[in-house]
Design a protein. Sequence first.
Length: 400
Amino acid sequence: VAELKVDPETASMKVLELSDCGNRISVKNGFNYSYDVLFAEGDILSTDSQLLCDVIDRRKCLVVVSQTVNMIYGRKIEHYFSSRLTDEAFRILPLPISENIKNMDTVMRICEEGKRFGLDRKSLFVAIGGGVLMDTVGLASSIYMRKLNFVRVPTTLVGQVDAGIGLKTGVDFAGTKNFIGSFHPPVCVLNDFKFLHTLDTEEIRNGLAEIIKIAIVSDPELFSALENNCKRIIGCYRIGSDTALTKWISVTAAKRMLEQLQANPYETELERLVDFGHTFSPFIEMHTRHGIRHGRAVAIDIAISTEIACLLGRIDIKSHDRIFSMLDGLDFNLHDEKVFDEERMWQSLDSIALRRGGKLNLVIPTGIGKGDFLRRGEELDRGILRQALENISSFSKESF
Ligand SMILES: NC(=O)c1ccc[n+]([C@@H]2O[C@H](COP(=O)([O-])OP(=O)(O)OC[C@H]3O[C@@H](n4cnc5c(N)ncnc54)[C@H](O)[C@@H]3O)[C@@H](O)[C@H]2O)c1
Ligand SMILES: [Zn+2]
């Protein structure tokens, strides 16, 4: 199946293309970039898999591995590279990384290690880890000698369906999430489901929040698949059962996500449906110093935005209830006393609007599979936000 998308503004200059070949999604944007997002069938670190080495294609590489992933998979990674490449061709850098040090110091540390190892313009960074590592190594690659190629091997569900597949890199700055960053396409994204087997339940749930986000605004069929399997889907991902279902869900979510991103790769259009779940969530993450992780923050934001849509009569009750039942069925904890602070939450919208050209563009669902945008002031006022938070607090108390 090949889908062609034409950017209406620059139709004659640019053809945005997304072609899908089984478990491979090829992303192309004219002459600007092209890369594949692969969902590997087997274990990419097994001795008989050539995939990663083919992508590296004899280029010198610094393999940056998050410390947690290195603790679990370090020996396998070391064995994979050392059995194929000479000592001069690669170096493995286990990197302590977390949301709390997703900053320029960590980016500089990666650049420093790259320089020490002697990476030149033809070399590569290979990033193996979660979304935080993808964003940080991505930013380092985009500024190292002005631009270096990089390969992503995301090891979390968030990474495989969202953080690892698009163009954006970034780190937090001066108290604002992902304030500094770049658009820097990878040369390839290699997704291996086996990495997900060592994630805990909460991390799978976090990834499902991103999948639910894209399903609600773009794909009713994906939403139904999650809805029909919400009691068992986390287990399926963790233990690797019903792989046909989890593959279909992950590949479909990645495709829908990429369709949205490809139509607007450099975000010249600031009304983006993929921002659903990402208006209140930066405040929730930063205010709790990442005590509430990205995925759960997105789920809380989905709940708030859906409740606002309902209060304004923009979504039918049945769709609203289906969204809340899904979040409940997946055991998302949607209430937290610390962040249900209407005043601070409202104030935090200033910096969101700043990034969206002065307009809030709050994404609300208007049914299952579609969404719309709200402006602050004329359409969304503080009273509506207050009411939405109160309603969610009382639903959450009822469900306990
Ligand atoms: N660039 C983008 O477009 C984009 C999109 C979505 C999210 N993000 C960013 O991604 C980040 C969230 O990513 P995340 O949820 O992957 O968080 P994360 O990178 O912090 O990973 C979550 C946890 O899982 C651990 N881990 C990773 N792989 C593992 C494995 N296979 N087995 C066991 N443990 C493993 C990590 O060490 C970490 O403790 C946020 O900073 C968010 O801003 C970026
Ligand atoms: Zn996200």
